[in-house]
Design a protein. Structure first.
Length: 201
């Protein structure tokens, strides 16, 4: 067991407020990065390296995502403004590296990327677009992560994670349904221009 960690860890010493009421609605709008199938497969392989407790839950691979912003569903006119505002956000290609995994005290397991300036710029730019559309949101600390499992109390994760490269060229706006049937409905995809060069880390 020396090659595994048990317990909780948090960026900056504080727990992200992912369980606030705003995230418990039956459906909400989600702006996120969704890994391509090769990255999904690498994440799936990493999940197999953990020791999981009885009763844990794995989100299906196509639903794996890194949340940029999340808020309640909106009326049609507000949604239209949001679509238009997001279309003005510049998407800069970036190469993320998923290089750490851990559990958090809210009983989820996460993969986290190495720090990347372009990712934080994209998060900030999208935040301004959301505000421009007239949407008031909570502002938890941005702690980039992909939730790979839930109900993880007692899970043990490997001490070493072979880095998972992740080439990002787009973000998605989706309507996420969190009650049965659980699904993501893609409302819009925002891609980088082919001529754009990749941002440095």
């Amino acid at each position: 067991m020396d090659d595994f960690h048990r317990g909780d860890a948090f960026a900056n010493g504080s727990e992200p407020d992912w369980d606030s009421p705003a995230f418990e609605r039956q459906r909400h709008l989600l702006i996120a990065l969704f890994p391509e199938p090769d990255v999904q497969a690498a994440i799936e392989a990493h999940r197999k390296e953990w020791i999981w407790p009885k009763g844990h839950y794995f989100p299906r691979s196509p639903r794996l995502h890194l949340t940029l912003h999340c808020f309640g569903d909106q009326p049609k006119e507000v949604e239209k403004r949001l679509l238009e505002a997001l279309a003005q956000v510049r998407v800069q290609p970036m190469s993320l590296v998923l290089d750490s995994s851990r559990t958090w005290r809210n009983d989820i397991a996460v993969l986290q990327p190495a720090e990347h300036g372009a990712l934080r710029t994209l998060h900030a730019d999208i935040g301004r677009a959301v505000q421009k559309a007239g949407i008031v949101t909570e502002t938890p600390t941005f702690t980039p992560h992909i939730t790979i499992a839930r109900r993880t109390e007692g899970a043990a994760y490997p001490m070493r994670l072979p880095p998972i490269p992740w080439r990002v060229r787009k973000f998605l706006l989706v309507r996420s349904f969190t009650s049965h049937p659980v699904e993501h409905k893609v409302l819009a995809t925002y891609e980088a221009d082919e001529e754009d060069k990749e941002d440095a880390v």
